[in-house]
Ligand binder design. Structure first.
Ligand SMILES: [Zn+2]
Length: 413
């Protein structure tokens, strides 16, 4: 999600957009408290997170070293190792208010930052573009780094740019971000195209041919239904939760989840507090005063540095949760959303898309090291090991394989 400048939002939404949580001081037990069963399952499973905004830190934050354990933010190699996170999609995100060639240029800078992080940490990270790459990385005890472009505005209305991104290793594209683009409507903007335009449908077809997963997080409901109608391959919601629990437009309705399941896709549950908790969402949307003023000051202070904005928002929203200005949201809400999505869409269609380093994490899910708590909670809920493995990453691998097979079939024509 992230910060203030990227949205043409009213102030209440700002609180909904913040924050990588500061690790210290949160409620909930440390990940070390999970059962031996959960630890073993976490270690054995291929755990994939389809949305992480750590890329902004790679590009902007000169103090950030992904190889070291950092006192802030949610993601670095030590904490990924500790949490058993085997693969992550680094988000290539440029605010949707930035368009045209500047958006392309910035997207290329972010792609370069990910590729450079991989190049300079060869013992820990490996660039992955296929399901087989992820399986190989796991067997070599490396973390698979993948990339997703978060917002179709970054192709500058040009399929050649989409092809360039694919050639550089991008494996999903979110059709919109917070604003509509020239060919697709966003869930957080006024409808302008009634979903996807004809060119928007061509974008989806070209993504199918290139083996780039269609991501429907952020898009309007109509854009979602258009996308699943056009796409010949399963689609994902890379970071969305259940609207039946928290009525945020960024979340998916039960009907959308059923359509997604029919398409073979996966909803990757987002840990952003306003997507998890209706009480938090309502309170943050009503909020005016301190938090909003602080966020505005933060925006000014950080200028164009998105990593700074994220960390500052994190601090402000975490403080608001801890001092009671905003309702506390527990990490267990993530499990409620997973469970709801499994009941509606089926266990083959649910996964994890944390929004780490780009959202307000619930208390007790302060960083990637705490992921085994989710596995432990699912075991306690009665989920089988096989079903938990699907949720942790198996479903995403299956979608990737289907997307790859569709691309091969379309290119063979
Ligand atoms: Zn997002």
């Amino acid at each position: 999600m992230r910060s203030i400048r990227r949205v043409r939002f009213t102030l209440p939404a700002l609180a909904a957009c913040a924050v990588a949580a500061f690790a210290a001081g949160a409620a909930g037990q440390p990940a070390g408290d999970v059962s031996a069963h959960a630890k073993a399952l976490q270690a054995r499973a291929i755990v994939i997170d389809t949305h992480d905004d750590t890329t902004q830190r790679l590009l902007f934050d000169k103090t950030f070293d992904i190889a070291k354990r950092n006192p802030n933010g949610n993601i670095d190699i030590p904490r990924m190792r500790e949490g058993g996170l085997d693969a992550l999609f680094f988000s290539i995100w440029v605010p949707s208010t930035v368009t045209g060639p500047p958006a392309v240029r910035k997207a290329l800078d972010l792609i370069d930052a990910v590729r450079e992080a991989v190049r300079t940490h060869p013992d820990d990270l490996v660039l992955a573009t296929t399901a087989a790459d992820i399986r190989r990385a796991k067997s070599e005890h490396k973390i698979a780094a993948l990339m997703g472009v978060e917002g179709g505005h970054m192709i500058d209305d040009d399929l050649r740019v989409l092809r360039d991104y694919a050639a550089l290793g991008v494996r999903y594209m979110t059709l919109t971000h917070f604003n509509n683009n020239d060919w697709a409507d966003s869930s957080t903007d006024k409808p302008a195209h009634n979903g996807l335009t004809d060119f928007g449908k061509d974008v989806v077809r070209e993504m199918n041919r290139l083996g780039v997963i269609v991501d429907i997080s952020h898009v309007s409901d109509k854009t979602f239904y258009d996308a699943v109608a056009v796409s010949q391959a399963p689609v994902i919601a890379s970071h969305s939760s259940a609207r039946a629990i928290a009525h945020h437009v960024r979340n998916m309705t039960d009907d959308m989840m059923r359509a997604l399941a029919k398409n073979g896709g996966v909803i990757q549950i987002n840990y952003e507090s306003s997507f998890l908790s209706e009480a938090y969402r309502v309170a943050s949307e009503k909020h005016s005063g301190d938090v909003v003023a602080q966020l505005a000051a933060m925006s000014k202070k950080c200028g164009g540095d998105e990593a700074c904005s994220t960390l500052e928002s994190a601090r402000i929203n975490r403080e608001a949760m801890m001092n009671g200005t905003l309702p506390k949201v527990s990490w267990e809400a993530i499990v409620d959303h997973i469970d709801h999505a499994v009941k509606v869409a089926g266990v083959d269609h649910v996964g994890l898309g944390s929004d780490f380093d780009g959202a307000t994490m619930p208390l007790g899910m302060d960083d990637a090291s705490m992921l085994p708590k989710l596995t432990d909670a699912l075991i306690r809920k009665g989920y089988s090991d096989a079903d938990i493995e699907k949720i942790l990453g198996g479903n995403t691998l299956r979608v990737m394989e289907q997307v790859e097979a569709t691309a091969a079939r379309l290119n063979a024509r």
